[in-house]
Design a protein around this ligand. Structure first.
Ligand code: COA
Length: 158
């Protein structure tokens, strides 16, 4: 992800359909977004990526290594209006990259229970559902049963 991607990624993130699927669903200002980006690109545990298709940005991916170890958690969204299959393609490319080019050996995800598209996507990628945790989500102002998924590198593309 480069500076040129800042505005498109912010615009996607602030659409109601994407905000609603995020744990923190407030509208992000350009100043806060820029400050977050500048901190993140200095942090070696964070990988920010934008997927392009035919030169057009179609999705955003954040992979963050946990406790500086070999596990990471990801968070992502596609551009509103991106063609069907974009999410699967972006996640597959990300797993190919992190499991071959970094020391990450397990990818984790947390999904809100109404996010059927994300749950189906994780299952299709081979993730196992491993926990359901009831947690207060500030941005939504209510408790949700958060669904956890994980995929060890040895199970990717088997
Ligand atoms: C989740 C998201 C990345 C999926 O991207 P996508 O390009 O629509 O996904 P794909 O077309 O590759 O489809 C992946 C799976 O989701 C399913 N799906 C896609 N949109 C769906 C919808 N609106 N309702 C139900 N299922 C849906 C597809 O059928 C497919 O499942 P299948 O293989 O069992 O048929 C995208 O919808 C998004 O950005 N959502 C908002 C942000 C978000 O939820 N991020 C993930 C947070 S954990």
């Amino acid at each position: 992800m480069s500076y040129a991607d800042l505005i498109p990624v912010l615009t996607w993130r602030n659409t109601p359909e994407i905000r609603n699927c995020m744990f923190s669903n407030d509208v992000v200002t350009l100043g806060a977004h820029r400050a977050w980006y500048e901190r993140a690109i200095e942090d070696p545990t964070i990988h920010l990526m934008v997927m392009e298709s035919e030169g057009v940005a179609v999705g955003f991916m954040n992979v963050t290594r946990m406790d500086d170890g070999d596990e990471a958690e990801w968070s992502f969204h596609t551009a509103p209006g991106a063609r069907s299959g974009t999410g699967f393609q972006m996640c597959s490319l990300t797993l190919d990259y992190v499991f071959s080019e970094t020391k990450i050996r397990r990818m984790k995800a947390q999904v809100l229970p109404f996010n059927i598209a994300s749950m189906r996507l994780h299952v299709r990628l081979g993730f196992q559902r491993h926990e359901v945790e009831r947690r207060w989500i500030d941005g939504h102002g209510r408790y949700y049963n958060i669904v956890g998924y994980e995929l060890p590198s040895i199970e990717w593309r088997t």
